[in-house]
Design a protein around this ligand. Structure first.
Ligand SMILES: [Zn+2]
Length: 109
């Protein structure tokens, strides 16, 4: 979740916003065979959507503001949470896959 190699904690994990490096520059861990798919996105949609929906619901119950107030609060919040959590979420999925691979628990990686 710190955007570092899950094996050594030192090397950078991402080459771009969501582009994972092929190998860790510090310990050489191979990331080419990992595939997190949409796993992180699914969790992040649920987390950011849940937080934003309950915040909007709370605002509506407490203050009954006009619809445009809910939109200017909820939409930027969803975007900020989604983009803010995407890289740590993907890093977490990679770390879980590496942990499974090291334990021999996952035949897919
Ligand atoms: Zn490393």
């Amino acid at each position: 979740m710190l955007l570092r190699c899950p094996a050594c904690g030192e090397g950078r994990l991402f080459a771009g916003f969501l582009q994972v490096v092929d190998h860790c520059a510090v310990c050489g861990t191979d990331f080419t065979r990992l595939n997190t798919g949409d796993g992180a996105a699914v969790f992040i949609m649920q987390i950011s959507g849940g937080i934003s929906a309950f915040l909007a619901l709370g605002l509506q119950i407490a203050f009954a503001p006009p619809l445009w107030v809910l939109l200017i609060v909820a939409v930027p919040l969803v975007l900020a949470l989604s983009f803010g959590l995407m890289r740590p979420g993907k890093g977490l999925m990679i770390a879980i896959q590496i942990g499974d691979r090291d334990r021999g628990a996952s035949p897919h990686v």
